[in-house]
Design a protein. Structure first.
Length: 535
């Protein structure tokens, strides 16, 4: 018999067990299991995957188009995060289609030879790259939403946010290093032979290198990085931050007896926190099996031996690993194909839209005038009285506010120069008697007075609402730097002190839980800077 041109035989389990005939009961049993898996693979890896990919590609494309043409649905920053998530989903769906979707539709079981070998060599690491990128993208969205809810004033400053380009670059380079650098050391494309009627045919087959079977290498290159960067660490962080975000958001929705609903959410009827919660829950459900399967097969070696000398137990493990891999891949495809459904803004029925518009127009026309006349959020008479009272006690009120801030946060006192005076405790009289500190007191008084003056004007015209909105935005832009110096709890101190002073309860003590005060580190002397600009 002619000698094979190369050493390796093109691996084909179906062909191997069919060649043994009906005499071997074990071979007959294995052949039946492989044929059952072939039918399963055709349905799951072939038919269902192709349908999911088609649905996901169309949906993600529509959602990206909607994000860039109707940006009022989400904030600009969140819209860019969601666009990046759609790109990861599209890339992962394309990998599923190219690596096994079309091939399993045609062949049933995925072969390891021929063109498929090149596709697997390229697209399997790329699919893992996309999965890692999706994990980190969802983690980035979860962290930013938690920061936006827990520390909103700091998050709105430029210093409180990382550049989106930096975040995306870190995700791409980190995922690339984690999934692509080890590929040349773990996989190889070799020549193999197949039996033909006229002799042998040399083809290309993808195989694993011996290094993969090394237990120490598997722990260092797969187990430890997977635990830190894939599972369970990112999934646990996402779950914890999602729960904390919901708790903080639900607590912040009620102020006194008022139910606070964000303007964007009220206008669109959409709950962004709920959407992101659904995304996190769906992400955890769909990714856990894939990451468990990766650790089980790559680190523990379950079902990893694929040769004609397998024992019966090893063969059963191999077939079980095929089912497990297919289920995990299907969950990933479902996740990437349906993410856009959570955020997509579906068009409303025309009659329903016209009816809602007419109802809102009638309600707004009848209630807006009443709201402006008798139920205005700020009564001009009360605002004028508050302004007059503040002008009478401007220095005392501002000195009380600054002394409270310095006592609760040492970095504020250091920025104002209190540490040089070495005076404890810090009292309002210290700000009134010291010339340098009195400048800060006067500056704070001018800022508060500039805010109260427009509110004391009569609310006779409807356009006052727009003027108030523009004025508040102008204040935010002018004093945006202060947001990086004070956190939300310190702003509450300012509000409490000011409200008590203007309501005539200046002597009433305010109990503040120091555990709620978060020290933001050293702050710059923004008050002095604003003083120079005003002068």
């Amino acid at each position: 018999m002619e000698e094979p041109p190369v050493e390796a035989w093109c691996f084909d389990l179906l062909l191997f067990y069919r060649s043994l005939g009906d005499d071997d009961p074990q071979a007959k049993k294995m052949l039946a299991e492989l044929e059952a898996y072939e039918r399963f693979s055709f349905v799951v890896n072939g038919l269902i995957t192709c349908l999911l990919v088609s649905f996901g590609l169309i949906g993600n494309a529509l959602f990206v188009y909607q994000l860039h043409n109707k940006s009022n649905h989400f904030s600009r920053r969140l819209a860019k995060h969601l666009t990046a998530l759609c790109i990861w989903d599209i890339a992962l769906l394309c990998c599923c289609l190219c690596s096994y979707g079309i091939i399993c539709m045609c062949l049933g079981i995925l072969p390891f030879v021929g063109v498929t070998a090149y596709l697997l060599y390229l697209f399997q690491p790329f699919a893992s790259f996309c999965v890692t990128g999706t994990i980190w993208q969802v983690l980035a969205i979860t962290i930013e939403r938690h920061k936006a809810v827990s520390r909103p004033l700091e998050q709105r400053t430029r210093k409180g946010q990382f550049s989106l380009r930096s975040i995306f670059s870190c995700i791409v380079f980190g995922a690339f290093a984690l999934n692509f650098l080890a590929v040349p050391f773990e996989r190889a494309l070799i020549d193999c032979y197949e039996f033909r009627s006229n002799g042998f045919e040399v083809r290309t087959m993808i195989v694993q290198r011996e290094l993969v079977n090394n237990q120490y290498y598997a722990i260092l290159s797969h187990l430890i990085p997977d635990l830190i960067f894939r599972a369970p660490t990112p999934i646990v962080i996402i779950a914890i931050l999602t729960v904390r975000t919901l708790q903080i958001a639900s607590a912040q929705r009620t102020v006194g007896h008022q139910q606070i609903i964000p303007q964007r959410q009220r206008a669109l009827g959409r709950n962004v926190h709920l959407m992101l919660t659904f995304l996190s829950i769906k992400f955890i459900i769909c990714n856990t099996l894939y990451l468990f399967n990766t650790i089980l097969m790559e680190v523990m070696g379950y079902g990893g031996k694929t040769s004609s000398q397998q024992t019966e137990l090893e063969m059963e493990q191999y077939i079980s690993s095929l089912y497990l891999t297919d289920f995990s891949n299907m969950l990933l495809a479902i996740h990437s194909a349906t993410n856009w459904l959570i955020f997509y803004k579906w068009p409303e029925c025309k009659e329903k839209k016209v009816k809602r518009f007419a109802t809102s127009l009638t309600l707004s026309a009848s209630s807006r005038a009443d709201w402006l006349r008798g139920s205005a959020p700020i009564d001009s008479t009360s605002a004028e009285q508050a302004l007059n009272k503040f002008r009478e006690l401007k220095n005392e009120i501002c000195a009380d506010i600054l002394s409270s801030l310095c006592n609760t946060c040492s970095s504020i006192g250091n920025a104002l120069g209190i540490d040089k005076l070495q005076t404890r405790p810090i009292t309002p009289q210290l700000f009134l008697n010291n010339t340098e500190l009195l400048q800060h007191t006067n500056l704070l008084g001018n800022i508060i007075e500039s805010v109260l003056i427009p509110l004391a004007r009569p609310n006779s015209e409807e356009n006052d609402i727009i003027e108030w909105r523009d004025f508040c935005r102008q204040i935010g832009y002018q004093y945006a730097q202060i947001n990086g110096c004070l956190n939300a709890e310190q702003w509450k101190i300012v509000r409490w002190k000011l409200v008590l002073a203007l309501s005539g309860n200046r002597t009433r003590s305010i109990q503040i839980d120091e555990r709620l005060l978060i020290n933001n580190g050293s702050i710059n002397n923004s008050l002095l800077k604003n003083n120079k600009e005003n002068n």
